[in-house]
Write a protein that binds this ligand. Sequence first.
Ligand code: SF4
Length: 296
Amino acid sequence: MEQKKSLEAFVREAEAGGRSLGAFCLAQQALEMECTEESLKQALLDRLQVMREAIAEGMEGKRSRSGLVGGDAKKLSAAASTPNWRSPAGANVHLAIVYAMAVAEANAGMGRIVAAPTAGSCGVLPGVVCSLGEMFALPDDLLAEALAVAGVIGLVIASRATLSGAEGGCQAECGAAAAMAAGAAVNLLGGSPEMAGQAAAMAMKNMLGLVCDPVAGLVEVPCVKRNAGAAVIALAAAEMALAGIKSVIPADEVFDSMREIGNAMDCRYRETATGGLAATPTGKLLWQTVKNLEMP
Ligand code: SF4
């Protein structure tokens, strides 16, 4: 059985070395993967490029094959250009939502995405990282470093709990993505390793208990909009952490509790599409409609 990793240990080591969590994670992961820091950074820059391409693809507004999703990122972006538009979320959050939805819609349309940590939750990390990068004109090197932080947080969650909706519900997918994105956001904006760890804990705490209930068994509804919601939670957690607010329950224990909650979840809420939104009258009707579409 794989040994449990500890986010607190990563944070402590980074703090002791006087480095940002991103710089420490890059060096540590390069060592573990037996490659140079430069080649690892280049691999992360390549992932960043795929994320940007997925955003662009999603913004085209193509609908998924089932017709259940697609076009909402484009619609939201266009709304901001209308004369009387007043954004309840503000410009930064608006952009994060648009990008998170765009990538999730690209995924539903069979586009190329970076599973971060899964395809279903692929919009959260690019939504947060790419929007902050743009809003604060941050260099790509820093964005790559933020992806390294996200990767390490994902590794820790995988080792202590799970990243699979079929095992732990959506808290394991969108919840993990929110924790990863929150830590990445703190690193991007110059927060300490301790703050990044706190952000990951607070993001996951806000996603605990979230079930996986995909309508018609497709990674479309509610997945696309959950990516948007998880991106906003990640930003809220990063905002709190950067102000010095701490999670009362340490990050590793929060991840452990996600595992415990997932283990207790009825199988209806673990990607079987037999409970929650999938089992509503509308959800069932849509499943029938999609099935009919698939008939030759
Ligand atoms: S609802 Fe299920 S399939 Fe959709 S993103 Fe969440 S875990 Fe993935």
